[in-house]
Design a protein around this ligand. Structure first.
Ligand code: AHG
Ligand code: MN
Ligand code: MN
Length: 344
């Protein structure tokens, strides 16, 4: 019999049994999966419903809010309030910490999430996703205060995303392993499809909004030059940019390569947010054997001093992340590649 492992079975085996304090984390991941199944169902027919287009107003980021940004956030609040699983929600779509008083005494975990990543793709039926990171409340932090999450990303106990693409995939990482699940829409269950994902040591694609090339540190321009046609690299890379971090990251997780969102003179910290975009994906990248930095420091070492702080992001295969970090440090020596693999 084709015994397909469901997400629920996998969580029981991998998280509840084998991860210290894994019980609540397994339940939180299962609840996230349920919330995202509800979001996917709405997404799949958004053109036929009432949730297409803009909600009006701007979020704390100063960005126009899509109705689905708001809707996805409401789905998460509905699934967690009163669940006893979390004491706090931190979302791109909520300016302040969302404290779940009724759950707090029992629950000690905080969920940082981007309910709808890649919103600019929504009206053109492009890939979008949900990104999440699960942390324990910082010891000594007062209830319902942002300080609950003012710790490095290494304090995350689990992280993952759901990618709403042609398939609907859920990827989660815990304790140094990353696993991928595909939604069987007929059954309504996520089934294990990508066990123990490892990110290739080096890739053949880079992912960046090259319209901003002229505003970046010259080191980034040098990396792009070296890996474009006519550059010195043994490999001419392909450019792939979907405009949804979660989709660009998913491709790198499976095929390797690097995603760049540098800062520039006008926005030195770039666009992407640490708590619910960069840190969860950095957790997955490192668990799968890749790397993530702001160009100089490891993303997982960064300590936020605000819920919506941004960070430049260089994330992907170790070879490319290291090559960029060397260029940023002023080391212009040619990249060393071996016939076997890569050591930038
Ligand atoms: P969000 O939709 O949650 O605001 O995130 C959008 C982010 C990220 O998903 C993507 O990689 C990046 O914005 C694209 O930014 P540019 O349009 O500036 O390239
Ligand atoms: Mn986002
Ligand atoms: Mn978003």
């Amino acid at each position: 019999m084709d015994h397909r492992l469901t997400l629920t079975q996998h969580l029981l085996r991998e998280v509840e049994e084998h991860t210290p304090g894994g019980g609540p984390v397994a339940s939180i991941l299962a609840q996230i999966a349920t919330a995202c199944k509800e979001i996917r169902a709405e997404l799949a027919e958004v053109g036929l419903g009432t949730l297409a287009g803009m909600k009006g107003g701007v979020n704390v980021q100063g960005e126009a809010v899509h109705k689905l940004d708001w809707y996805a956030n409401e789905v998460f609040k509905k699934h967690f309030a009163g669940s006893g699983l979390l004491c706090t929600l931190i979302s791109e779509e909520m300016e302040d910490i969302f404290h779940l008083d009724e759950d707090c005494p029992r629950a000690e975990h905080v969920l940082c999430y981007d309910p709808m990543d890649g919103s600019s793709n929504l009206d053109v039926d492009g890939a979008v996703g949900t990104i999440f990171g699960i942390r324990r409340k910082a010891l000594g932090a007062a209830h319902g205060q942002p300080e609950e999450v003012f710790e490095p990303g290494t304090e995350q106990v689990a992280a993952g995303y759901v990618l709403y693409g042609p398939q609907c995939m859920l990827v989660y990482g815990v304790g140094g392993n990353v696993h991928g699940f595909t939604l069987d829409t007929a059954v309504g269950e996520f089934f294990l499809s990508h066990p123990s994902i490892r990110m290739p040591e080096q890739g053949k694609e880079y992912s960046a909004n090259l319209a901003r090339l002229g505003a970046w540190d010259p080191a980034f321009r040098e990396f792009v030059r070296r890996h474009s046609h006519g550059g010195e690299s043994e490999r001419t890379y392909s450019l792939r940019y979907i405009g949804a971090l979660v989709a660009d990251f998913h491709r790198m997780l499976l095929r390797g390569g690097v995603f760049l969102y540098p800062g520039d003179a006008k926005n030195p910290s770039g666009k992407l947010r640490l708590l619910y975009e960069a840190a969860p994906l950095a957790f997955l990248a490192e668990a799968a054997g890749g790397a993530a930095s702001n160009g100089r420091e490891r993303i997982l070492d960064l300590v936020p001093d605000g819920l919506h702080v941004r960070t430049p992001l260089v994330i992907g295969s170790r070879y490319e992340v290291s090559a960029i970090e060397k260029l940023l440090a002023g080391d212009r020596r040619p990249e060393l590649t071996t016939s076997k693999g890569a050591s930038a």
